[in-house]
Design a protein around this ligand. Structure first.
Ligand SMILES: [Zn+2]
Ligand SMILES: [Zn+2]
Length: 213
């Protein structure tokens, strides 16, 4: 009788299944329309090389015909094929997703101390985004400006229960907080910075007490 395989009773715990990018709507859409889109773009002056490379790498990513690794277990003969991935940073959902998970794991395991953490997202006007895509110096300058501006912002900015509203009608939007510890607002300064917090109730109380006198 043949010796039992040392591997047969231990199937992969993660139940790995090969990714099939060509079965996704995104892949099918890009595969179908990319050549026509590229041709039309060429007639209109062409796309930057890195955009073309990004799309073409995506169309090869995870496809066996563009390269693969074949793993075989010497003991039981079980085998596995893994298609090469594009490892791009532009539009490939698979590679971007994996990079995001890797970075998140790295930050949690290796970088962040055990303290509360707040995430800020810097959203830029479209025209500035294009310029920054081609200009590393500009990109670094914008990041510096963002980092300098951050500590001057109210800590509740963007949190639930807050809203940007022009409370005093001066054309600048104050940050209004409707939640505890006290409803109120942060006033904007003329230099686009933020003033100190003013609670609504104290103003109402002040008005009430002044109307009684
Ligand atoms: Zn095996
Ligand atoms: Zn990819």
């Amino acid at each position: 009788m043949a010796a039992p395989s040392p591997c047969s009773t231990t199937p992969r715990r993660d139940s790995y299944q090969r990714r099939r990018p060509d079965e996704t709507r995104l892949y099918q859409l890009i595969e179908e329309h990319w050549p026509t889109f590229l041709e039309r773009a060429e007639q209109a002056g062409g796309l930057p090389d890195f955009i073309v490379e990004e799309f073409e790498a995506y169309l090869r990513c995870g496809m066996l015909e563009h390269g693969l690794a074949h793993f075989v277990c010497r003991q039981c003969g079980e085998s596995l094929v893994v298609a090469f991935s594009c490892k791009r940073r532009g539009l490939c959902p698979s590679c971007l997703g994996r990079r995001m998970s890797d970075v998140a794991a790295h930050l949690i395991d290796e970088v962040f101390p055990e303290v509360p953490v707040r995430q800020w997202v810097c959203s830029l006007p479209w025209r500035l985004r294009y310029a920054m895509g081609y200009d590393r110096k500009l990109c670094a300058d914008v990041l510096d400006a963002f980092i300098v501006a951050l500590p001057t912002r109210p800590t509740t900015l963007g949190m639930a229960g807050t809203q940007l509203m022009d409370v005093d009608g001066d054309g600048r939007k104050e940050l209004v907080s409707f939640v505890a510890p006290a409803p109120g607002f942060f006033r904007r300064t003329e230099q686009e910075g933020w003033g100190s917090f003013r609670a609504f109730c104290s103003r109402i109380r002040a008005r009430r007490s002044s109307s009684r006198t």
